[in-house]
Design a binder for this molecule. Structure first.
Ligand SMILES: *Cc1c(COP(=O)(O)O)cnc(C)c1O
Length: 388
């Protein structure tokens, strides 16, 4: 038996042993709380759409859970990111630093703002932005002009950075915050994957000026489709609500809109699901952590493969369990993906680095060798919170 076949079989056996299932999707939602009751309430009351008590309730529940001062529910996480960039005043031709290793939504939101993604490298210990490497890069490639951070090569302003907490694992926020203060760059946190993840005891998405969440069907909790904007700043919160609800001025009957607003609000039926899902987040988090422990026991027996564990100073939600192949095994990543998927054990590589995608290939980028290397090594394995 060749190496690739042997390792693929070991991976399949380990997953089957832990999950006690013959097949498993990468991530499916679980509905084991009040979902039916709340949905019925929406239908019985006719409030299924853009207003209703569950939207307000869900926002209040998010505030309570994340300890963000404000939360504004949106139609999805990408819309939340789009508005978040407006809230920090991203303008045409501003550059926004984002990890090359992220879901395409992060780069798309920058493009929607007519701004320019500027790709940066990721660290192996967090799978997110490498603050040390970024610091060195900014020292050599930028200069400060009247309090603005200017990219010397393009003469454009670097206005913001979007740290993203990959698969729920918090990035090193403390050194990153220090760096952004030094270089006058705003933080917009893409916490789409990290509801339930904490860095030094504080919820991810609450460190930056603005943070965003996603409740897409594959995330740790779901509203069907949905997202949220988090902020501790009252003015920003008020503007976020206004912009995501068509910028309508309150009036008994007139339609008056004082800005170009967006129809980005979360419908009540989606929020109803969210309220119910959030009630059970602690159970989901516990199962994810237990799943990690059981996978870890099995995968530690396999040579040349490691299960990724939460970084230091962080408590991760372990949204997606992650295998990291040893350097020697990079060449068999696709064989493992093929063998597992053929057995209906759904596995996936991490996203293709964004700087390599057609729409972004001409955008500025630092050396992102480590992101490329991580792309070659990473495989996500079945991670649903109903697996054990
Ligand atoms: C899921 C996700 C989003 C937002 O996605 P939506 O599907 O629009 O809710 C944004 N960024 C990252 C990194 C994500 O994983």
């Amino acid at each position: 038996m060749n190496d690739s076949l042997k390792i693929s079989q070991d991976v399949i056996s380990a997953i089957k042993k832990v999950t006690k299932k013959d097949s498993a999707p990468l991530h499916e939602p679980t509905f084991d709380g009040n979902e039916w009751n709340y949905l019925k309430d929406c239908i019985d009351s006719t409030y299924v759409s853009s207003v209703g008590k569950f939207v307000d309730q869900f926002e209040a529940d998010l505030v309570k859970y994340t300890k963000s001062k404000y939360a504004i529910a949106t139609v999805n996480g990408t819309a939340a990111l789009h508005i978040a960039l407006k809230l920090v005043n991203i303008k045409k031709d501003d550059e926004v630093l984002i990890p090359s290793l992220s879901f395409v939504a992060t780069a798309n939101a920058v493009a929607y703002s007519n701004a320019i993604p500027h790709f940066i490298d990721s660290a192996s210990n967090t799978l997110g932005i490498d603050p040390e490497k970024l610091n060195d890069y900014l020292i050599t490639h930028t200069e400060q002009k009247s309090g603005f951070c200017i990219n010397k090569a393009t003469n454009r302003r670097i206005k913001a950075i979007i740290p993203m907490h990959t698969f729920g694992h918090p990035v090193e926020l403390e050194p990153l915050i220090k760096l952004t203060k030094k270089f006058n760059i705003d933080i917009v946190e893409d916490a789409a994957e990290s509801l339930g993840s904490f860095y030094k005891g504080k919820h991810t998405g609450t460190y930056g000026l603005v943070g965003t969440l996603s409740f897409n069907g594959n995330k740790i909790i779901t509203t069907g489709g949905g997202g949220a904007i988090l902020t501790n700043n009252k003015d920003i919160a008020v503007l976020a609500k206004h912009l995501t609800t068509t910028a309508k001025i309150k009036h008994q009957w007139e339609f008056i809109h004082d800005m170009v607003g967006y129809n980005y609000r979360m419908p009540n039926i989606n929020a109803a699901l969210g309220c119910s899902q959030l009630e059970r987040i602690n159970q989901k988090l516990k199962i994810k952590r237990d799943l990690f422990a059981r996978y870890n026991e099995e995968f530690s027996k396999i040579d040349g493969i490691a299960l990724f564990s939460e970084p230091k100073d962080a408590k991760s939600n372990y949204w997606l369990q992650t295998l990291v192949l040893d350097h020697r095994n990079i060449k068999i990543r696709d064989d493992i993906l093929k063998a597992t998927n053929e057995m209906n054990i759904q596995t996936r590589p991490i996203w293709k680095p964004l700087h390599q995608l057609e729409p972004f290939k001409n955008c500025p980028s630092m050396n992102v060798d480590n992101a490329i290397s991580l792309y070659e090594k990473i495989i996500n394995i079945p991670s649903s919170s109903n697996l054990i």
